[in-house]
Structure formats: structure tokens, C-alpha cells
Ligand binder design. Sequence first.
Ligand code: FE
Ligand code: ZN
Length: 293
Amino acid sequence: MSDDEDKRADDSAAKGAGKGAGERAGEGAGQGEAITPDVIVVPMRRDNYAYVVADESGRACFIDPCEADVAERVLVERGLTLVAVLSTHYHSDHTGANLALASAHSGLRVLGSAVDADRIPALTEALRPGDSFSIGSLSGYVLDVSCHTRGHIAFVFGRALFTGDALFAGGCGRFFEGTGEDAYRALYQSLGRLPDDMLVYFGHEYTLRNLEFAAAIDPSNAAVHAKLRVVRSLVEERRPTVPTTLGEERAYNPFLRAHVETVARGVRARIPATDLHSPASVLAGLRRLKDSF
Ligand code: FE
Ligand code: ZN
């Protein structure tokens, strides 16, 4: 239940690969740069993160809440009015509070992937990749990051990116319903359009363990060791490691570095059949190795 890491692999190689970086990096369709809201980080269960974003009048949405009592307490403390819940995917550690919140807040909108529409509790708005939506005066849009689940989506508000279990700091979620090719599409193609200064808000506090894996696979990468030092002291002080930036992730996260020689060789050394020239194959190998790390 805890190790439902997603996969993702994005990096600078993909950005050069003709995908129009910035195409939907928050500067959408002629309306100027979308507002980047303040984000409230709300730890839930043992290692889940839910998030709240609100507009200037206090109209708020909760992203991936699984504990309604914790969610309600945060809303009261902050004086916010809940207008929507956003679900990155259907797993209960991301949707466990949907029903209770929907019955406590009449007219509550619940937004999630059309692919998972019948599995996301209390869903009211089925979204497709590329769709945009409003929460009060804030505007967001949807990216396809399917692989952990077939309908996994990410949400973007300005420079804030909510990845659920598709991308973690230093790692990604398990490929429950997808392959290395799906991971490549999610992490390199979908997220590859986004700039390095995107703030990454992920679904679980697995950062330390992820970086230990990264250090094992890619031991010559100084960025891994530097981040490990920072994360060790955060964890010691029981502080969250969220958010990171996409630029940082591209420097140390092996799932965004599957195209990098040293990462490919790290996988190949452990799984000799890996095709070093296919990032999708390296991603599949990385995931297999991480599953038993
Ligand atoms: Fe999860
Ligand atoms: Zn999950």
C-alpha cells in the first residue's frame, strides 16, 4: 500500500525532441501567464501528501485528499471554502475522502480522469488530457501521465505541477497499468514540455529511499549525493521534502535520466538484456530494479 510509486521519466533530451517546450507551460492560449497559487501541503496517512490551492477570495480545491477529518480541519483553520476536489488517479490513498467531502459540502465538484470515471468516488467532471478548468479565479489544465494507472493525470496551475503517483522526488510510482513505453510518454513527452522552474508537488514522501536507489544506480552523479544530504536533514527534522523543481528532478531522478549513459549502464549492469539505446527499455529496467530495492 505504501510503495505505489509512479513512474516518470522526463528530461532535457525530450525537450530538444521537438515538443514545443512551453506550449502548455502555463502561458496558454493568449491569456497571459496563469497565476501560480500558494500551495498548502497537507500530510495524510503515513506518507501521503494532499494539497490545497485557493484563490484570493478563499475558494479552494483539495488535491488527492484521503482523510476527510484532516481535510476539514485545514479548511476551518485557513478559513477556506471548499469548491472542488481534484483526483490524480483512483487509488484510495488519493480519493479516500471524496465521498465524505462531497456529502459534507453540497454542490462540491469532483474532477478526475474520464478513463477512471467509474472508479473515482463522487466524480462530477470527467477530464481529458489538455482540458482546462477553473477553481474560483484560478485556472488549471490536465496532462496525461498514465502508467501507474491507465487514467493517471497531472494538474497544472501556473508553475505548480501536481503529479500524484506519476512522479515523486527522486523516483516515480509503480507501473501497475503501464509499460516502459507508457512511462516514456508520461515522463518525457507529457512532462517534457514543462520548464525546469515548475514546482513539483508529488503524492508520497518516498524521497529518501528514492535517492538511495538513485545513488546505487547512478553513483557518479554529484546531484544525487547533494540532494541526499539535504533530504537526510529534512527527514531528520521531520520536514516534508516537497516541493522540488522539475529542473532538480532532471538532475538527479533516474526516471528522468533514462537517456543518460551512466543511468543506462547502471541498469544494464544489473539487467543485461536492457536496450541501452531505448529510454523506454531503461525505464522498464529501472522500475523492475526499484520494485525490489
Ligand atoms: Fe499513492
Ligand atoms: Zn497510486
